[in-house]
Design a protein around this ligand. Structure first.
Ligand SMILES: Cc1cc2nc3c(=O)[nH]c(=O)nc-3n(C[C@H](O)[C@H](O)[C@H](O)COP(=O)(O)OP(=O)(O)OC[C@H]3O[C@@H](n4cnc5c(N)ncnc54)[C@H](O)[C@@H]3O)c2cc1C
Length: 436
């Protein structure tokens, strides 16, 4: 007999089963290219609901996947109970202690707005709609990662529900193994209901986008290389070729700098040699406006991406990236990493040795388009050859990748041991399971 309807008696939040109106909308992830064949959706009203769902799933022999939004959806949710965490939306900033405590449904945009009021910033990435929890469980690659490391490096504590449905507070002292795994090993080890983390001073911030016509891509890449080779950790740059469907190609350099405009302009001087820009949005800015730099899409839509690290940017690599068509990609991007991200970190991701990341993104609007994007990425990474690193950040893994692509063999072994110990029945399912 189907026991799923029993879920409704166990939780306060809304439960949607396949026969319910609204089920398809409730199970759809932010990335609309991904289908989610889940058994049920539970919109948790609070941490007690999370615990009740986990206990139910354990007893019923099902798995549970937490999914605040589904920016990182992979579709590996066949028959699972999908747990929406949007109602866990409490947020508390302590300006004196420079910390924040947020519920599992809170997005970076809300944290940044609250922190900015006190001249502080969290280690947010480019998209304000991404949840702090999903992002941080995968390590979290921030605009300020070069200065302060992975977002996970700044975590002080997690409130969790374990695979038996028991609640606890996890810190470096209370449970070193689980604390380590949660700081970048993904969502495979416990259901997180709250994260507490350090904020960082940001009394002044400068950032924005310089945009040129696409034929200036090689010149913009050369200037990007010159700036990044001398950049202090406070400065982060991304170089992006943009191929708008049906429009003229463009190239952009995006900047975020933890400092004032005068110092930023001095560091960015090589960009003045590129040519006449079409637009320049660089200006002093608030940490609350980080999302305006790249203006990532906020509405759900289909996307397909591939990410690789790059060991260096020699002339041949530059030609491979800057010449030839962008199409069928929408974005071909190079992100400068390094700095604190290259330093030892007691997290599963550890040090990211490579100085650059290549991020390729397209719109898989049809199976043919998806195949074309995949082929273009294969060619691109094939042409880059042994300049491509073996690992890539967990948050930037994409369907088709596995958790093994993010970790050293030693870190993966430790994560697998922790998973087997903490969740022997496989009740908790991450988007990229460590045992998968
Ligand atoms: C436009 C865009 C921009 C992005 N920019 C960046 C960036 O700058 N830097 C970066 O690092 N990443 C970036 N990402 C990737 C993003 O961080 C990941 O997709 C991440 O998974 C967070 O997305 P989400 O909040 O939608 O989480 P979801 O996709 O909803 O969840 C992802 C996974 O996190 C785990 N999880 C989430 N909540 C919980 C919980 N409460 N308990 C246990 N496990 C949980 C689950 O395993 C879940 O499958 C970007 C993604 C997009 C689409």
């Amino acid at each position: 007999m189907n026991a799923l309807p029993q879920l409704r008696t166990l939780v306060e939040g809304r439960v949607l089963l396949p026969s319910d109106a609204g089920f398809d909308a409730a199970r759809a992830p932010w990335n609309r290219a991904v289908r989610q064949p889940v058994a049920a959706v539970v919109e948790a009203a609070g941490a007690d609901d999370v615990a009740a769902v986990v206990r139910y799933a354990r007893d019923a022999g099902l798995a549970v996947s937490a999914q605040p939004n589904g920016h990182g959806a992979t579709g590996d949710v066949d028959g699972v109970v999908l747990l929406r965490t949007g109602a866990l939306d409490h947020l508390h900033v302590d300006p004196a202690a420079r910390t924040a405590r947020v519920g599992a449904g809170v997005s970076w945009g809300r944290v940044q707005a609250a922190a900015a009021e006190h001249g502080l910033t969290g280690l947010a990435g480019s998209a304000p709609g991404v949840s702090v929890t999903g992002y941080t469980l995968g390590g979290g690659l921030s605009w300020f990662g070069r200065a302060h490391g992975w977002a996970a490096d700044s975590v002080l504590a997690f409130e969790v529900v374990d695979a038996d449905g028991a609640r606890s507070r996890v810190t470096a002292d209370s449970d070193p193994d689980l604390f380590w795994a949660l700081r970048g090993g993904g969502g495979d080890f416990a259901m997180v209901t709250e994260v507490e983390f350090r904020l960082h001073p940001a009394p002044e911030l400068y950032g924005g986008r310089l945009l040129w016509p696409g034929h200036l891509a090689p010149a913009a890449l050369d200037a990007f290389r010159r700036v990044t080779e001398a950049a202090p950790p406070e400065l982060s740059l991304w170089w992006t070729r943009i191929g708008p469907p049906g429009g003229a190609p463009l190239v952009a350099v995006d900047t975020a700098f933890l400092g004032d405009a005068t110092a930023a302009k001095e560091l960015l001087r090589p960009l003045e040699d590129v040519g006449t820009p079409i637009a320049d949005s660089r200006a002093p800015m608030s940490p609350a406006d980080l999302g305006t730099i790249t203006a990532d899409p906020t509405d759900p839509g289909p996307g397909m991406s591939r990410t690789r690290t790059l060991t260096g940017l020699d002339g041949d690599a530059a030609a491979i990236l800057a010449e030839g068509p962008v199409d069928p990609l929408l974005l071909l991007q190079l992100r400068h990493v390094g700095g604190a991200l290259a330093e030892p970190s007691d997290t599963p991701l550890g040090a990211l040795a490579e100085p650059y990341l290549v991020y390729a993104f397209g719109l898989p609007l049809s199976p043919e388009a998806a195949a074309g994007i995949g082929d273009r990425c294969d060619r691109l990474f094939g042409d880059l050859g042994d300049r491509v690193g073996r690992r890539r950040p967990y948050t930037l893994l994409a369907p088709g990748d596995s958790a093994a692509d993010a970790f050293t063999p030693e870190a993966l072994d430790r994560l697998r041991r922790i998973k087997r110990e903490r969740d022997p029945r496989g009740v908790i399912r991450a988007n990229f399971p460590v045992l998968g």
